[in-house]
Design a protein around this ligand. Structure first.
Ligand SMILES: [Zn+2]
Length: 247
């Protein structure tokens, strides 16, 4: 197979043997890829950390893997284009970026391109690196992730009986259904959570005032946890502002 060249973000990095790393990168037009970077840790002279760093952007050249090696591709070139240095000196922004990278790896299928999501993640890392407040940026990215994967919850009607949900009212949210559930359908819905009117308005309008950003983020995090079947790095984000109890 010919080599592939693409714009990429490093979402996960694992040391492998003395000199190599296994990377999970999100490429712009070739989706999520797992790559082995042989000898990456040797080329360290001009870098501030050895090897290829987590949450940096660069031009990648790789040989795609085959089915026999679990699709592990081989990285042949890496040219860093953006180090997002601001992330590395601000812990809240760093944790927010790690959260986004982790849920992206967990939620995406490999080798399925989502150009819009790549752009959203690059935008998030840029905003966080510039010192923007993490919570509105992360909740915006959660929305982009769910929309890009076709998993955005239906907040306009009951997903079980199609009854229209009136705007400006609190409603029940069903995690298994991925959307609102009317009070009559709640007994059939399994796990639900009552969501306040202001939070629903924020989610519908993608507007994140300080009083709804934390609850909206917690609700979307719980949605993501149902989809990926495991926990997230939410605990590392600001616990003072994020909490499902406030939803
Ligand atoms: Zn219903």
């Amino acid at each position: 197979m010919p080599a592939i060249k693409d714009d990429a973000l490093v979402l996960r990095r694992l040391d492998y043997s003395e000199s190599s790393q296994i990377l999970v990168v999100l490429t712009r037009t070739h989706g999520l890829r797992r790559l082995i970077a042989k000898g990456a840790k040797r080329s360290t002279k001009t870098r501030f950390v050895p090897g290829i760093d987590l949450l940096e952007r660069g031009w990648v050249v790789f040989l795609p893997g085959s089915r026999s090696d679990s699709h592990l591709g081989t990285l042949t070139e890496w040219l860093q284009t953006e180090a997002y240095l601001g992330l590395r000196t601000a812990l809240p922004q760093w944790y927010a970026a790690q959260y986004a990278a982790d849920v992206t790896v967990a939620a995406m299928e490999e080798a399925e391109p989502h150009v819009d999501l790549f752009d959203a993640l690059a935008g998030l890392l840029g905003a966080l690196s510039a010192g923007r407040s993490p919570l509105p940026e992360v909740v915006g990215y959660q929305c982009a992730l769910l929309r890009s994967l076709g998993l955005w919850p239906d907040l306009s009607r009951c997903v079980l009986c199609d009854r229209v949900a009136p705007p400006g009212r609190a409603a029940y949210y069903g995690f298994h259904q991925g959307g609102l559930v009317c009070s009559q359908c709640v007994p059939a819905a399994g796990q639900v959570r009552k969501v306040g009117a202001a939070v629903l308005t924020s989610l519908r309008e993608s507007d994140w005032p300080p009083d709804t950003v934390g609850p909206a983020l917690a609700l979307l995090d719980e949605t993501l946890r149902h989809l990926i079947g495991r926990g997230t790095l939410l605990a590392k984000l600001d616990q003072g502002k994020v909490g499902s109890k406030q939803v």
